[in-house]
Ligand binder design. Structure first.
Ligand SMILES: Nc1nc2c(ncn2[C@@H]2O[C@H](COP(=O)(O)OP(=O)(O)OP(=O)(O)O)[C@@H](O)[C@H]2O)c(=O)[nH]1
Ligand SMILES: [Mg+2]
Length: 297
């Protein structure tokens, strides 16, 4: 089971890893090498700005040690990539009060289900909240998952205002002794102003009801969309205060550079990654492991 999971995760970056092995396997640290490394990073969805930054840092590091040995260059690159992730403050991976936001189709509902399943495995009592009342099928989707993993889901009446569904759910969370409340929201609001207003309203309700607890807001980002995912994520990031990221659908990319592009741009920690549609296709994001595997397979 564990090895199976590991294999699945490794596929995420296998094409990058293979490229790295070829690149670092022969030759020396020179202009031609840097050109190839740049192309590889761009192809892996690292984005132009972040790729340039990595290349600049690598050049500077190699100038300091004054060698052209590629084994040394690989070590330096590993350090640079890790520092890029480690320079961002980490957060609590199992907050009691969690709101999920993100573009429609980015994987909020699926993530919530997988994540709730992790909590259930720890013996926690979990309440899911179908805060997306705009799309008729959304509460059903969450209920199906909820009954599969054995957690409760709070659902409003048809067309009930999400804020009032959430209000009721917060009351229930306090009254019935749940350990965790996880709130799903709609990703499909017409304009940025509407989105901002809606999220503000939702957060105000939660704050009023559960203000003595800290409230986490995580943003799901669809890694399959490459640089487009970053542009979409930025709209949400600007619309509400986000303190954690969930990178979804990494199984569909075979790339892996997105992690650096996003971290560098938003300066918010990636807390989880997902890589498939079944309930255990989820993992905590481990920076060291990720960077190590990306370069070494
Ligand atoms: N391959 C793959 N598919 C995923 C992953 N996560 C979610 N999906 C699929 O992506 C689609 C959208 O996922 P949802 O969880 O419904 O997305 P959402 O953000 O809740 O979408 P809205 O409710 O419309 O805002 C579904 O078909 C999921 O099965 C993943 O990690 N890998
Ligand atoms: Mg959804």
């Amino acid at each position: 089971m564990f090895n199976f999971l590991k294999d699945k995760i490794k596929k995420i970056y296998s094409s990058v890893t293979q490229g790295m092995q070829v690149l670092f396997g022969k030759g020396s640290f020179d202009e031609a090498f840097l050109k190839e490394l740049t192309a590889l990073l761009i192809a892996a969805d690292t984005g132009v700005a972040t790729t340039n930054l990595i290349i600049e840092r690598l050049k500077a590091a190699m100038e300091r040690v004054a060698v052209t040995d590629l084994a040394q260059a690989k070590k330096a690159l590993e350090k640079i990539l890790l520092e890029m992730l480690e320079s961002i403050d980490q957060i609590e991976p199992f907050p009691r009060v969690l709101v999920l936001v993100g573009v429609n189709g980015s994987g909020k509902t699926t993530f919530i289900s997988k994540y709730a399943s992790l909590l259930v495995q720890q013996g926690k009592k979990v309440l899911l909240v179908a805060g997306d009342t705009f799309r008729a099928a959304a509460p059903e989707q969450l209920s199906t998952w909820a009954s599969r993993i054995g957690v409760t889901v709070a659902i409003g009446k048809e067309h009930q205002d999400p804020a009032s569904v959430i209000f009721d759910a917060c009351e229930r969370f306090k009254a019935e002794g749940y350990d965790h409340i996880i709130i799903d929201t709609a990703g499909r609001l017409q304009t940025k102003v509407n989105l901002m207003k809606e999220l503000e309203k939702i957060k105000k309700i939660i704050q009023r009801q559960l203000g003595d607890m800290s409230i986490s807001t995580w943003l799901t980002i669809d890694a399959m969309l490459g640089q487009n995912s970053l542009a979409q994520a930025e709209v949400f990031y600007q619309a509400t205060q986000v303190n954690g990221l969930v990178l979804t659908k990494l199984d569909g990319t075979g790339k892996g550079g997105t992690v650096f592009a996003i971290s560098q741009k938003l300066r918010v920690p990636i807390v989880y990654i997902t890589f498939g549609e079944s309930v255990d296709d989820i993992s905590r994001f481990n920076q060291q492991e990720y960077v190590h595997n990306l370069l070494n397979a």
